[in-house]
Ligand binder design. Structure first.
Ligand code: IMP
Ligand code: MG
Length: 181
């Protein structure tokens, strides 16, 4: 799998060191409030699992599943929610966790939808944020790493459902993306 990478951006040690910092920040910000983490599946699974174990606060976990990519390396802008009911977040302080902020379509749609469920507050945490102009503006309150506008995989992020189990994050070789289109 690693041979399919053009280059590695962040190895496991670097990622976990950064998670220590974000977790400390989140733990400090939510020290007096009960936190509800909403993880966006499947991409944030690995990130969520490493991050939440670094937050020594009482917290609740809910997951949301959306389809926004349709397996290809380009977004269509359409976001489909896979579950019938939203998690019960009335009056809760929620922190949405996602793997990557790219066009902004996914997180904008999720934020909008969760707002209708009347939480007390909403913040957004992403592992990666692409440096680019977004189709929909979304402000992430916590960002692991800023990256250039390149297609990356690993540490939960996939290309056509592969590479999620790579322990590092890397740029996928371009010819692998064009080949499968
Ligand atoms: P957005 O709606 O364009 O912001 O995209 C968000 C979703 O697209 C993320 O949650 C990822 O699942 C997927 N995505 C965007 N960029 C990448 C990438 O570089 N690698 C893997 N998945 C990506
Ligand atoms: Mg995703």
């Amino acid at each position: 799998m690693q041979a399919d990478l053009e280059r590695i951006l962040f190895d496991e040690t670097t990622i976990l060191r950064r998670l220590d910092e974000i977790a400390a920040q989140i733990s400090n910000d939510y020290r007096d409030r009960e936190l509800t983490v909403i993880a966006v599946l499947n991409g944030s699974l690995v990130f969520m699992s490493d991050l939440m174990r670094r937050i020594p606060l009482p917290l609740r976990l809910d997951c949301l599943s959306v389809v926004s990519y349709h397996g290809q390396a380009e977004t269509t802008g359409e976001v489909i929610f896979k579950q019938v009911a939203l998690p019960d977040v009335v009056d809760r302080h929620i922190l949405i966790l996602d793997d990557i902020l790219d066009s902004g379509h996914t997180l904008a749609a999720i934020r909008e939808k969760l707002e209708t469920a009347k939480p007390r507050s909403i913040r957004v945490c992403v592992l990666l944020q692409k440096r680019k102009e977004r189709a929909r503006p979304v402000d992430a309150d916590y960002v692991g790493f800023e990256i250039e506008d390149e297609f990356v995989v690993g540490y939960g992020l996939d290309f056509m459902e592969r590479y999620r189990n790579l322990p590092c994050i890397g740029v996928l070789r371009k010819e692998l993306i064009t080949q499968s289109n």
